[in-house]
Design a protein around this ligand. Structure first.
Ligand code: NAD
Length: 507
């Protein structure tokens, strides 16, 4: 019997989506890799300024008719989009796992959080209602309405291939804008599929375009005068760049950056509950979440009990391919990122932190050249160490021991990032004090990853957000619209003033 050999399938060519058509052009190509095997699965074209210009032109052409489409009709497209997302759940989760590496269950959960933004956008007719006042002066009425901005752009990171793009374009489009999505070139297929489904839902051609690329494409979007607003989510250095370059050209910019989220464990906390919560929060998605908990701040005698509870759980955590239903934690996104995370583990050891669980020794059997790092736990981490100061974005949890709740708060508030923070305690007073005084955009009380629901807004403080507007919820509606206030008087409704002094119709 001859041995059967199976050749790996050739990498797929992933197109841009411009004017509701697949566009394969691009001089440069990026690699798309399955992080669980290290196999090259796709090639993605990296747009240059000319190609970005074509997408902007398509979005500009589609804008006037879409702006003038009644909000209720725009909402109906979102209703159909939502139904298609539900119908294609399994397919979308598989795309996310294939390019990102997270487990299928986690991929599905993140998709759900994105679908909820679409559900929020279905209520756009209500959300866009403005204010009105009659007789603000004699015979004068006033209405204030929110209008769309024009062409908006979104730039997303690799770690949420569906959820973060869904934070952006459904709401922008429901508000009456047209949109150009530039997803991470490491996970390009999900945003493309979302755009195809939205087209299938009845969105007119050109209202949503997907352009793949790297810095060149991002800078082209920032420099194009026809782009009115930019939503960005990614690392802090790039968020700062996007904010500065976009704002310098008069654009509206919201740029969400990196994070280093802390979870304070008080001695009165339910330690089993805190440890269980920390496991998912620190190691879920291999720590590649902007709301991952990277630091457990153990107050007083919580430290020893917490550490013991964590060590037992870490020993049972299963690392492997995201497609395996038995897996708790998948690989990191790339070989380069794996090296970076391993470098932090070495730095922690060199700086004198106690390496309690060493994730460098993780060999998930049969995973080929996958980018795995096992769950890693450091204890007795100090604020002077790089593993506390810098965002690692991997499965590395640091325990910092402090003497009091005040010291814990000062530690959290002393960090340059301020995305999320949480406290585990049985004391309402301690929780209330923490929630009031902590400098973070999103706070959890006995909730480890306090990601706000779609009808609230998502965003951090300090270097976790540049700009003044969070994502989705009412903040999202405000970001993607601007106010127009109309003051009117009709003939016979009073004398028009023609004087040279400041009009005072209310006097
Ligand atoms: P990244 O900053 O490397 O990339 C984000 C996007 O910017 C991508 O689309 C990428 O193509 C583009 N980009 C990369 N370098 C660029 C440059 N020099 N100029 C212009 N554009 C550039 O981030 P990432 O590695 O994809 O994602 C991980 C980071 O995102 C982490 O820091 C994480 O904390 C952060 N993040 C933050 C949030 C949040 O809500 N605050 C959410 C998710 C991820």
């Amino acid at each position: 019997m001859s041995a059967v050999t199976r050749e790996a399938p050739a990498p797929v060519r992933i197109p841009h989506w411009i004017g509701a058509r697949a566009v394969h052009e691009g001089q440069r190509l990026g690699d798309v890799v399955d992080p669980a095997s290290g196999r090259l699965t796709g090639l993605v074209p990296l747009a240059d300024a000319a190609l970005v210009g074509r997408a902007v032109a398509a979005a500009r052409a589609a804008y006037p008719a879409w702006r003038d489409t009644p909000a209720l009709q725009r909402a109906r497209v979102m209703f159909r989009f939502r139904a298609l997302l539900e119908q294609h759940r399994a397919e979308l989760a598989a795309i996310i796992t294939a390019e990102h590496g997270k487990t299928l269950a986690d991929a599905d959960g993140s998709l759900q959080r994105g679908i909820e933004v679409v559900e929020f956008a279905c209520g756009i007719a209500h959300l866009l209602k403005g204010e009105a006042g009659r007789d603000v002066g004699a015979g004068i009425d006033c209405t204030a309405l929110r209008e769309p901005l024009g062409v908006c752009a979104g730039i997303s990171p690799f770690n949420f291939p569906a959820m973060v793009p869904l934070w952006m374009f459904p709401l922008a489009i429901a508000c009456g804008n047209s949109f150009i999505m530039k997803p991470s070139e490491k996970v390009p297929s999900c945003a493309l599929r979302l755009a195809q489904l939205l087209t299938e839902a009845g969105l007119p051609d050109g209202v949503l375009n997907v352009v793949h690329g790297d810095r060149e494409a991002v800078d082209a979007l920032l420099d194009d005068p026809a782009v009115a607003a930019v939503s960005f989510v990614g690392s802090t250095p790039v968020a700062r760049h996007v904010y500065e370059r976009g704002a310098a050209q008069g654009k509206r910019v919201q740029a969400l950056g990196g994070a280093k989220n802390h979870l304070v464990v008080m001695p009165d906390a339910d330690m089993a509950q805190a440890a269980a919560a920390l496991m998912g929060a620190a190691y879920g998605s291999a720590g590649e979440r902007c709301m991952a908990i990277a630091v457990a701040v153990a107050v007083g005698e919580a430290g020893d009990r917490l550490r013991e509870a964590l060590v037992g759980r870490i020993a049972r955590l299963r690392v492997g391919a995201g497609t395996d239903p038995a897996t708790d934690m998948g690989p990191l996104i790339s070989a380069g990122h794996r090296e970076r995370v391993l470098g932090y583990v070495e730095a922690g050891v060199a700086e004198g932190a106690e390496l309690v669980v060493d994730g460098r020794v993780v060999p998930p059997a049969g995973q080929g050249q996958g980018f795995f790092v096992g769950p890693t736990l450091f204890d007795r981490v100090r604020p002077s160490m790089r593993i506390w100061r810098e965002e690692i974005f991997g499965p590395v949890l640091c325990i910092v021991r402090v003497a009091s709740a005040e010291e814990a708060l000062a530690l959290v508030n002393g960090h340059e990032y301020a995305n999320g923070a949480a406290i585990f305690t049985a004391s309402g007073r301690a929780a209330r004090e923490f929630a009031a005084r902590v400098d973070a955009g999103m706070v959890g009380v006995n909730v480890p990853i306090p990601v706000p629901m779609a009808f609230f807004s998502f965003g951090g403080n300090k270097h976790s957000l540049f700009g003044d507007s969070a994502m989705h919820g009412t903040e999202g509606v405000r970001f993607y619209t601007r106010l127009k206030t109309v003051t009117s008087r009709w003939p016979g409704g009073g004398e028009a003033t023609g004087g040279f002094s400041m009009p005072t119709p209310g006097r």
